[in-house]
Ligand binder design. Structure first.
Ligand SMILES: [Zn+2]
Length: 343
């Protein structure tokens, strides 16, 4: 999956930043491999929390404790760490706050932090301003909350769920969540008025979801008319049999229940595009925008879904533009579809 050579990548980055003073975070074997290849005049040291390493030489560079760097932080700190390593993020975050200039980039499974002007944004799940990571292909700047992992569409959905679910809670309700995103999972499991069930074909992808059930969304092991709400984000574009997907979801939905769904669609495309000869990951990426998508929805997505129930389109009308900007949610990320069951 990770096809680039990481050493080459970081060496290129160090050279690109030749006018910046750089420190590395962590005296690792990986760093030793890079620093033993050549000398870099713009690298001015290494930061490491391990006191047994501090004040020693490492490949000709001095190792500093992060605690003594006040007033002498470099322009850029580069760290190589698995991008989903929340523990490291949380640990380093407090140190990063000491410097008013922060930028976080992400490269596949690895991240590095660059200290230049970057604002914080508001995360409704975290109830505070946070640093947001760059994410996506092509990359979108400052979109993923560093604390909870929420993306633009999740922050939009936070308000959709408040309006359509949480603000209307009068009695216990049942909610089914397919492919549960962490921020949304936490939001629903924190509310004791909700019987919440999450499912996925591969539960190992959701280490935070302790009680997630292994289940195929096309073969739900639930009785008919069980759930008040089904939430499903960016799932349907992966499902070959769209009709069976909605048949199963509406089967387990109560007569007054609602599916709240998001799916990527191309506003420039009049009609949804799929072609049964497009099967390889390369072709799917080329024609559908992602290696595991099976169609590219167009502007007809709402008309198309009408055959599965009553369709209501939810946009950001009820959220102020100012708040959307504070949460860095682009206009294209502010659509959800509510589908009510045909009775
Ligand atoms: Zn957050």
């Amino acid at each position: 999956m990770c096809s680039i050579n990481l050493e080459d990548y970081f060496i290129k980055e160090i050279k690109n930043l030749s006018d910046k003073k750089i420190m590395f975070w962590g005296a690792s074997n990986f760093l030793k491999d890079i620093l033993s290849i050549e000398k870099f005049p713009n690298v001015c040291g290494i930061i490491d929390k391990d006191i047994t390493r501090q004040n020693k030489e490492f490949c000709g560079y001095k190792i500093y404790s992060p605690d003594i760097l006040d007033g002498m932080w470099p322009d850029v700190v580069i760290m190589s760490v698995k991008s989903n390593n929340q523990y490291v993020y949380n640990m380093i975050k407090d140190y990063l706050k000491k410097c008013p200039y922060i930028k976080l980039y992400k490269n596949l499974f690895y991240s590095y932090y660059e200290y230049i002007n970057t604002p914080k944004y508001y995360c409704p799940f975290c109830h505070k301003d946070e640093y947001f990571e760059d994410y996506g292909t092509p990359v979108r700047k400052n979109v993923m909350c560093l604390n909870c992992g929420s993306m633009e569409r999740h922050r939009f959905l936070y308000y959709v769920y408040q309006k359509h679910i949480f603000n209307k809670l009068t009695e216990r309700i049942s909610v089914l969540h397919t492919a549960p995103e962490k921020s949304i999972y936490n939001l629903f499991t924190d509310n004791d008025q909700i019987n919440y069930v999450s499912i996925d074909l591969d539960p190992s992808r959701y280490p935070y979801a302790k009680d997630i059930l292994k289940m195929n969304v096309l073969d739900l092991k639930f009785d008919d008319n069980k759930f008040d709400f089904i939430i499903s984000n960016h799932v349907v574009e992966h499902i070959e049999d769209e009709e069976l997907f909605f048949k199963e979801l509406t089967r387990v939905l109560k007569p007054d229940g609602k599916i709240i769904l998001t799916a990527p669609y191309d506003n420039n495309l009049e009609k949804t595009f799929d072609d049964s000869s497009i099967v390889t990951p390369e072709d799917r990426l080329k024609y559908y925008g992602q290696e595991d998508h099976v169609r590219l929805y167009g502007r007809d997505i709402y008309e198309r879904f009408k055959k599965y129930g009553k369709v209501e389109v939810v946009n950001s009308d009820f959220i102020s533009e100012d708040l959307c900007k504070k949460m860095n949610i682009g206009k294209s990320q502010r659509t959800a579809i509510i589908i009510s069951k045909n009775k």
